[in-house]
Design a protein. Structure first.
Length: 261
């Protein structure tokens, strides 16, 4: 009888584990993941200046200066390319010049904006939500560049966090026989048009693709036609990995446990 009781307990535990695993594997629908956005229906989003926590090199050579300049350019590209995905999704976004003027007149720090009352943006400027983007780190995967970025969209009326995503994105590239990165046509075109080196071009295009994939997941804004099925489409997880292959194909991988290992 005792043995049968033990077997029964083990079966119950196994069933519970399977049930939890099944729930964990299910993707959250947009209606649930972005419930506050559907409730508040923000129309105007202000993209705050990028908070860049990535490490720079101590300048001991021209190579160090070039590396630091490359990261600075990529951080600027991260800010500049956040607007288009939001606009394409039906939101009104102040342009870079207007955003720079807003930032210049703001006395609060980025940390204060993330945590304090934002009602003045709603009442005085008609801004419904502020997008905060934090660049945490850059890495070299050996055959690609890696970046970790956090996105927070916060309501100026309720103060609620409307969206939160932490993404580790890697842009892979092919190597020649000397183990040097080989540019694909789009990387080379960016490097030529912006007169920058290949590594900078690849980093800039990495953050551009990252912005597009993260921000397109938001529900459609008031200026876009919403599809009836949109609310029932699976949303991105809060933590995930984005992989961009040399052929430009993109893979989104749920990676909640490995991201912070």
């Amino acid at each position: 009888m005792a043995i049968m009781g033990i077997k029964k307990s083990i079966c119950v535990v196994m069933l519970l584990v399977c049930a939890v695993a099944a729930v964990g594997c299910q993707s959250t629908k947009k209606q649930a993941h972005y419930s506050d956005i559907y409730k508040e229906q923000p129309s105007t989003i202000y993209v705050a200046p990028i908070v860049d926590h990535s490490l720079r090199r101590a300048v001991r050579s021209t190579e160090d200066s070039a590396y630091n300049a490359s990261l600075n350019t990529a951080a600027q590209q991260l800010f500049l390319t956040a607007t288009d995905p939001l606009v394409n999704n039906g939101y009104y976004v102040p342009g870079p010049l207007a955003s720079a003027q807003l930032a210049a007149t703001e006395a609060r720090t980025g940390r204060q904006l993330r945590n304090e009352n934002l009602s003045d943006y709603a009442h005085d400027l008609g801004i419904d939500a502020i997008l905060f983007i934090t660049l945490n780190r850059w890495g070299d995967a050996g055959d690609g560049w890696t970046v970790e970025v956090e996105y927070v969209l916060r309501s100026t009326t309720s103060g609620n966090e409307l969206m939160h995503a932490v993404v580790e994105a890697t842009k892979r590239y092919t190597l020649d026989f000397k183990k040097r990165p080989v540019a694909n046509p789009l990387d080379q075109a960016f490097a030529d048009s912006n007169r920058c080196d290949l590594a900078t071009a690849q980093r800039c295009r990495l953050v551009e693709v990252l912005n597009r994939y993260v921000l397109k997941d938001l529900p459609s804004g008031r200026h876009a036609r919403q599809q009836r099925t949109e609310r029932y489409i699976a949303s991105h997880p809060e933590f995930f990995t984005l992989r961009i292959q040399p052929d430009e194909s993109v893979e989104v991988v749920k990676n909640e446990l490995e991201l912070f290992d």
